[in-house]
Design a protein around this ligand. Structure first.
Ligand code: TMP
Length: 210
């Protein structure tokens, strides 16, 4: 297809995704790669506006509207930012993508994973990451970390059982697609987590797509 590489970072709250995404970008650039670092929900001005709407504490979103807003943001982000960067041969790193909707709105929420996948296929052209790095961390370690950041979304306000369910949801998705998912032990030190991620991405680069 003659395109760059598409890497998503997934995981529960406080798994260190955002910090590790920046570190991965710096490492890839040191390897001579041209990198786009982006995030969901967000990544384009419109999608960032949708992020505000979704996380507005007073928004009384029902399950379908919530899923549609996440997917609307994703479709815009995919069409206007991710696909053009991939077409230029860049490495795209996104802090969350479709698997977050599959877990938060699918496994945890009222919609099924199959429903989320079909919505994605219908609206975003069935674009999937080449590699998904799952930063796995027990909820009892991740949740206090996320809360100490002080920018809690209402998703972070959920109880520990919900967070453990999110973790198990990601683990189930990873088990179902062992070729796409790479498990990263995010309870390790910053440097150790970065090293695990770099090793995985190095293999992807060696597969020769970039
Ligand atoms: P984060 O920017 O700290 O990762 O927070 C984003 C929050 O939004 C997080 O609690 C997960 C949630 N989320 C969903 O519920 N569905 C989605 O599709 C995405 C991308 C995020």
């Amino acid at each position: 297809m003659g395109r760059g590489l598409f890497i998503s970072l997934e995981g529960g709250e406080g798994s260190g995704k955002s910090t590790q995404a920046k570190r991965l970008k710096e490492w890839l650039e040191s390897q001579g790669q041209c990198v786009l670092l982006t995030r969901e929900p967000g990544g384009t001005p419109l999608a960032e506006q949708l992020r505000q709407v979704i996380f507005e504490p007073a928004a009384a979103l029902d399950a379908v509207t919530e899923s549609l807003l996440f997917q609307a943001a994703r479709t815009h982000h995919t069409t206007h930012k991710i696909l053009p960067a991939l077409a230029e041969g860049q490495v795209v790193i996104t802090d969350r993508y479709l698997d977050s909707t599959r877990v938060y709105q699918g496994v945890l929420g009222e919609k099924s994973v199959a429903w989320v996948d079909e919505l994605h296929r219908l609206t975003a052209g069935d674009v999937w990451p080449d590699m998904t790095l799952l930063l796995d961390i027990p909820a009892e370690i991740g949740l206090p970390r996320a809360k100490s950041r002080g920018d809690a979304t209402r998703f972070e306000a959920m109880d520990i059982e919900a967070h453990e369910k999110i973790r198990q949801g990601f683990l189930q998705l990873a088990a179902a697609e062992p070729k796409r998912f790479v498990m990263i032990d995010a309870s390790k030190s910053l440097d150790e987590v970065s090293a695990q991620m770099q090793a995985a991405v190095q293999k992807l680069l060696e597969r020769g797509d970039a």
